[in-house]
Design a protein. Structure first.
Length: 271
């Protein structure tokens, strides 16, 4: 869904049973709740409307004949889709309980208990505080979906060499930066105007943390002999080195590898 050092690519959103053209969407999915993401993908509402977000599919899909779990894993960059991502809102499951646009409007314009929110005084302060707390709780899952947008990982891809470290919890609302093969390269500000992800995106980037040499010239020479576009960047910041955990880190446009020592015998596999 997105490259390790890039931005999310467009997904194909098709509405089955309707005569609508497929729509393209990119970062907009970041503002959809964990439940909303899944319900937009697979739920069946009162009109028997199927909605799928699928990478690369142009034909209409029959939900009874398609492995939706596999498609969603691919679309969201997950080896395992956690339960929180598979929640379907009750009003999406039961047509009789669906919330209409009129009901939504009534909820937002309801004044009871909010009559004084634009006024001054202790009563107005109390109403604003109560309204803020209510909004924070009720809208948290609707807008806090950074874990979905940023927490994708491809650790089981055949181009990834795992290091045996455990994966972090896949929380739809919280993104956890981690230096683990197959995950998004961690973000770090190198100075006031540039952050480390600015270095990625056009090809392979080999990061060397610290002043010492780790045989990077031999690695770069071997990579270039294979026609592999690669640049070397030395990073002296100790906090960045602690975040990335290794002396050498190879970042790919889509996935990345890291290691303690250079494994020259594996270079043919990299090609």
């Amino acid at each position: 869904m997105a490259a390790s050092g890039g931005t999310p690519s467009a997904l194909l959103l098709r509405s089955d049973n309707l005569t609508q053209y497929p729509m393209r969407m990119g970062e907009r999915y970041m503002f959809i709740s964990p439940e909303g993401v899944w319900s937009n993908l697979t739920a069946v509402d009162g009109r028997q409307l199927f909605r799928f977000t699928v990478v690369g599919y142009e034909d209409r899909l029959d939900s009874a004949q398609v492995d939706m779990d596999s498609l969603v894993r691919r679309a969201f960059g997950r080896d395992v889709v956690p339960f929180e991502l598979m929640c379907v809102l009750p009003w999406r499951r039961c047509p009789a309980e669906r919330i209409s646009s009129t009901q939504n409007y009534a909820i937002w314009v309801e004044r009871k208990g909010h009559e004084k929110v634009l006024e001054k005084g202790p009563d107005a302060d109390a109403q604003r505080r109560a309204l803020g707390e209510q909004a924070a709780v009720s809208l948290e899952q609707e807008f806090r979906s950074l874990g979905i947008a940023m927490g994708y990982q491809y650790s089981t891809s055949p181009v990834i060499v795992p290091d045996g470290s455990p994966a972090p919890a896949d929380d739809p609302s919280t993104y956890i930066q981690i230096a683990r093969p197959g995950h998004r390269a961690p973000h770090y500000w190198l100075d006031n105007e540039r952050f480390i992800i600015d270095l990625f995106g056009t090809g392979f980037v080999l990061l060397g943390f610290g002043d010492d040499s780790f045989g990077e010239e031999r690695l770069l020479s071997a990579a270039r002999s294979l026609g592999m576009p690669v640049d070397f960047v030395r990073v002296l910041d100790s906090e960045a080195a602690q975040l990335y955990e290794r002396k050498l880190v190879l970042v790919r446009p889509e996935v990345w590898w890291h290691g303690v020592a250079t494994r020259f015998h594996q270079m043919p596999k990299v090609s």
